[in-house]
Design a protein around this ligand. Structure first.
Ligand code: ASP
Length: 582
């Protein structure tokens, strides 16, 4: 046997046993006549002791020659430790080593393999296999596995079948750019990597599979905003013969199961909020509802005075920041600077300090008296000691800016507690979204999403007002999942493509396969997909998805460990009949 136990296994009860262990040298302590070594593997650390008196001089010499990260195998006896280490599970025992074999040497690692390391991000990514030896990353990968197992367990118990769908497919327009793969056997033609298995899971419903899921890699060639990956993992799901309600209940069940099994947290029924309400109250379609600071619209009370900025604004909207009145002038100026940064883009901010003595001090005292300000405080729900922050301008922009401010203030006030979980459903998304660049409507979710039947009549007259049977699951201010009830008849699908600006020929060329399938008895169906990377990070109480991915890419989409993407050689290009024009 290569090893009789792992390094996390031995306890006082094993004292007296002869064991064989293997692992990496974490640390050596040399006392001259005695040497201690921490031996590490995935399961933990076991202390080895080399003792001149109880073993031999040669043994101790070879122990002294071991370097960090050497891989060794030892045979010896489990003995009780004199000074016990309560911080590790094997801390009551140590191994009196009688035989030592060096299995492999190691050069000095470029950063320390410790929980808190001296390695920067780039270095850790370049040597990711060493980074994975560290507890924080190792534990995250184990955590991810647990989440994935619970997902599989829950869905399988509920009758879902995990089915793989192809990776080399045809381009599907889901809003992002496709990664493409040239086909050698079909000159001049390209596969696309799936942005999601959307059309395939719908075809599985036409195929009668009824309940499908897949933990699946998806690919989107987007400019990488912070903490996005060009390849990411979805828990992709679809069900036939369902209404929106069935889907919301089932996947609320899944999320509740995960929160209970993984985090030991019981959550009540998820609140539901329409998209319009989310935008009005939080300026955000993925509101973080762990804290208040809801938006209050002030047009009625703030306009029609002498203050032109408010009078000319489409929307005047504010939030009451708890205990914010202690902000000094300087701190408020800094805050105003912060919201004026191009990332937020506000043109300014009006503030009202709600003093402890019941008076108000605002940046617009010239235009508003105490009575006016008291009304604002009443509407925004501001208490004594709070700070009312007010933005004004074009509705959509102002809401987005105030949402950024709300999140920032929550962060500063420590209201975004990662141990608290506040899930909700956002429902009734608009079907279409106007795109300024292309000057036409795009599908807000994707082109296969069903409009609400009662809104169909608006499709021609007021397309922007048509609501979809589409929903997102939001957790702590993150969209962790989203989906829709699908169109399942050819006519509606054709109508939809038409509204999205496809000619009938283009629709046929790109989606003929789906439209054909709909002619053979497609059942009503719908589904959703969760972003597994993000879900795992949130359940794990962390922000960065990268730390939960074994081999992530950097912000330029590169894997700096294997150095990809990279050039391919001339023969490969020739075989593919590709010429570069750089
Ligand atoms: N395919 C969709 C997405 O990736 C999810 C869904 O509609 O089921 O967002």
């Amino acid at each position: 046997m290569f090893r009789t136990h792992t390094n996390g296994e031995l306890r006082l009860a094993n004292v007296g046993e002869q064991v064989t262990l293997a692992g990496w040298v974490q640390k050596t302590r040399d006392k001259g006549f005695m040497v201690w070594i921490d031996l590490r593997d995935r399961y933990g650390i076991t202390q080895l002791i080399f003792d001149e008196d109880r073993t031999s001089k040669e043994m101790i010499e070879s122990a002294k020659n071991l370097g960090r990260e050497f891989v060794i195998q030892v045979k010896g006896e489990v003995i009780e430790r004199l000074s016990k280490n309560k911080n590790i599970e094997t801390g009551a025992i140590e191994i009196l080593v009688k035989e030592l074999t060096v299995l492999n040497e190691s050069i000095t690692p470029p950063f320390t393999i410790e929980d808190v390391t001296d390695g920067g991000d780039e270095l850790r990514m370049k040597y990711r296999y060493l980074d994975i030896r560290r507890n924080p990353i190792k534990n995250n990968l184990i955590f991810r596995h647990k989440v994935a197992m619970e997902v599989r367990k829950y869905l399988s118990d509920k009758g879902f079948i995990e089915i793989e769908t192809p990776v080399l497919i045809k381009s599907t327009p889901e809003g992002a750019r496709d990664f493409v793969v040239p086909s050698r056997m079909n000159e001049g033609q390209f596969y696309a990597l799936p942005q999601s298995p959307q059309t395939f899971k719908q075809l599985l419903m036409v195929g009668g599979m009824d309940k499908y899921f897949q933990i699946v890699k998806c690919f989107r060639d987007e400019d990488l905003r912070a903490d996005r990956q060009p390849e990411f993992t979805q828990i992709d799901c679809e069900m036939a013969f369902v209404e929106q309600e069935d889907i919301l209940n089932r996947f609320e069940g899944l999320t509740r199961h995960l929160l209970k099994e993984i985090n030991g947290v019981n959550v009540a029924k998820f609140p539901r909020m329409t998209y319009d309400e989310a935008m009005k109250k939080y300026g955000n379609d993925k509101p973080d509802i762990r804290f208040g600071m809801e938006f209050s619209e002030l047009n009625e009370v703030a306009q029609h005075k002498e203050f032109g900025v408010f009078n000319n604004a489409e929307l005047v909207v504010g939030i009451a920041v708890p205990n914010g009145s202690t902000y000094t002038r300087k701190e408020i100026d800094k805050l105003i600077e912060w919201i004026k940064r191009p990332q937020v883009g506000a043109s300014g901010m009006v503030y009202v300090k709600c003093n402890e003595d019941g008076t108000f001090k605002s940046s617009v005292d010239k235009f508003y008296d105490q009575e006016d300000l008291a009304k604002w405080a009443e509407i925004t729900g501001a208490d004594k000691g709070d700070l009312i922050c007010i933005l004004s301008g074009k509705s959509d922009k102002v809401r987005t800016q105030l949402s950024a401010l709300r999140m920032e203030m929550a962060e500063r006030l420590g209201l975004r507690n990662p141990k608290e979980f506040a899930p909700l459903w956002v429902v009734d998304f608009p079907l279409l979204e106007w795109n300024e660049e292309t000057n036409r409507y795009h599908a807000m979710h994707h082109p296969f999403t069903s409009p609400k039947p009662e809104d169909m009549k608006l499709l021609d007259s007021n397309p922007g007002k048509v609501r979809a049977n589409a929903y997102d699951m939001v957790l702590n201010g993150n969209e962790i999942g989203g989906g829709s009830i699908r169109i399942h008849d050819k006519e509606t699908q054709a109508l939809m493509f038409n509204h999205l600006g496809f000619t009938p020929e283009e629709a046929k060329e790109q989606f003929g396969f789906l439209m054909n399938a709909f002619e053979y008895g497609a059942p009503p169906h719908g589904g959703l997909a969760f972003g597994l990377d993000r879900l795992v990070a949130i359940l794990g109480g962390q922000e960065t998805i990268r730390d939960f991915i074994a081999f992530p890419k950097n912000n330029s989409g590169r894997d700096i460990m294997i150095d990809a993407p990279s050039k391919i050689d001339k023969t490969q290009l020739k075989e593919l009949k590709l010429k570069l024009d750089l």
